[in-house]
Design a protein around this ligand. Structure first.
Ligand code: NGQ
Ligand code: ZN
Length: 465
């Protein structure tokens, strides 16, 4: 990166020798960004002149559509045998135990550290599915949205764009079962939750880094009597606000749902509410062929979290059928056992190869490159699911780019879509050298600009837990 500084109020000009645009790979691209961080002009075949040089292939930054930030601090602590039946559900007990003591400040420190790592790993937007709302004993803070504000503050400190989705959580099981003690910090009814969202929407309305959405934790945690009113109320407030829900991640949930209402979760959800392109169904692991086709037809996004799904023993998403029906997907790092665009996309493809004993599964029409198909579909699905004008180097979009290091051996002499293939399928050296988020350089030569400061606060927080 050239050492040129620009005045914050002036447009900034970046110059890329090679960049991936919606029209394909382009050379000598001049990108103009306004002071609010939006792209105002993109021109190919230009001269660098006084623009800031981005020395390496430039790609749009990726969107991470599913995050529970606090879980980052427990990564590596739940890999012990605890009994015969270690499972998703026993992991969840440990997770509940871990979050018992976290203060709003702890949540912010963990999120800031996580967001630094995300930016370094190529994620320039995060979707926070946030449910750790209340005090340790379950009473709300004086401001019900206090912990949300701390999470958003972590995004502000680090430069990542955020779609913040406060989670509606009201029950411990289908049919409105009473919440357990471990869930007491999550509980709100639909009215309380929508009030929180309204106040956060007002607070961040003019902030280009923040989008608000609604999360419905799961069919287990949200009774139908709250699911429909919450979704409708979100629609009235903002026709295009994202609505996310965890669904059909574990077989037990599917079986419980059938026992409860006679239907499978995705079938049932699609009957109860109008799922459209603003919805994101997170995991949707266990679907029949018919459910898979029906979900694809809604235009909603499937939120796939390959490393977490592998870690928790969830199963495989029905990708071939879903893609054949032009279904949309994006990626999330969820519990953050890994924080890497590369690892999520690679594992998504590898899981399918292992399952189907074939190669080249995640393919896009008219694209021979699996790397390009994965990256491009995840960009489009991520931007759609998070309701952000992002994921493309194009006028009107957020100026979020990653710059790869062309001297990394695996990228040597790679051109065009081979860049995506080599990035995703050739090894373990992080090639992401610089990251621009909202027009500002936040990662420079593999280091986040506030890396030490954020790490120090995280260290003190972590040791105090
Ligand atoms: C969560 N996480 O809300 O953090 C869930 C576990 C649950 C994942 N499903 C808890 N990966 O689903 O009840
Ligand atoms: Zn989740």
């Amino acid at each position: 990166m050239d050492e040129k500084t620009s005045c914050a109020e002036q447009p900034i000009h970046y110059f890329a020798e090679t960049a991936f645009l919606p029209t394909g790979w382009a050379n000598n691209v001049l990108i103009t960004v306004d002071s609010a961080g939006w792209i105002t002009q993109v021109q190919s075949n230009q001269k660098a002149d006084h623009a800031i040089g981005l020395n390496g292939p430039v790609l749009p930054g990726m969107l991470n559509l599913h995050s529970h930030a606090f879980q980052r601090a427990m990564a590596g602590l739940t890999e012990r045998v605890t009994g015969e039946g270690d499972s998703f559900w026993t992991w969840r007990e440990k997770m509940y135990h871990f979050l018992e003591k976290l203060t709003p400040e702890d949540q912010q420190a963990i999120a800031a550290q996580l967001y630094v790592e995300m930016l370094k790993a190529g994620f320039t937007t995060v979707g926070e599915f946030h449910y750790l709302h209340h005090q340790q004993d379950g009473t709300p803070y004086h401001d019900r949205a206090l912990t949300s504000r701390h999470i958003i503050q972590a995004a502000m400190e680090t430069g990542i764009a955020i779609t913040h989705m406060p989670v509606l959580y009201a029950a411990s099981g289908l049919g409105g079962q009473v919440p357990t003690d471990g869930q007491k910090r999550f509980i709100n009814n639909d009215t309380q939750l929508m009030e929180m969202i309204t106040s956060l929407m007002d607070a961040y309305r003019d902030n280009p880094q923040v989008t608000m959405g609604l999360a419905l934790h799961s069919l287990r945690a949200v009774p139908l009597s709250m699911l429909q009113p919450a979704a409708e109320s979100m629609r009235r407030m903002n026709k295009t606000a994202p609505i996310h829900i965890h669904i059909a991640e574990q077989l037990k949930e599917v079986n419980d749902c059938i026992a409860w209402c006679g239907e499978r979760p995705v079938d049932w959800l699609l009957k109860q509410v109008e799922v459209d392109a603003n919805w994101c169904l997170v995991h949707a692991t266990h679907m029949t062929e018919r459910e898979t086709r029906a979900l694809a037809k809604t235009g909603a996004v499937a939120g796939l979290c390959p490393t977490t799904e592998a870690n928790l023993g969830d199963g495989f998403f029905n990708l071939p059928t879903y893609l054949a029906e032009n279904g949309h997907f994006g990626i999330g790092s969820d519990s953050h056992v890994s924080v890497s665009v590369i690892e999520e996309l690679r594992l998504l493809e590898y899981g399918q190869r292992l399952l189907h004993q074939k190669r080249a599964i995640t393919r896009m029409p008219h694209t021979a490159s699996i790397g390009a198909s994965l990256y491009r579909m995840a960009l489009a699905g991520g931007a759609q699911a998070l309701g952000r004008a992002a994921g493309a180097i194009e006028v009107g979009k957020r100026a979020d780019f990653i710059v790869l290091d062309p001297t990394v051996p695996t990228l040597l002499d790679k051109k065009e879509d081979f860049i995506f293939d080599a990035m995703l399928f050739a090894g373990n050296v992080n090639p992401i050298r610089h990251v621009i988020a909202g027009g500002k350089q936040v990662v420079k030569d593999f280091r986040h600009v506030r890396e030490e400061e954020v790490a120090e606060i995280f260290k003190n927080t972590y040791r105090g837990l």
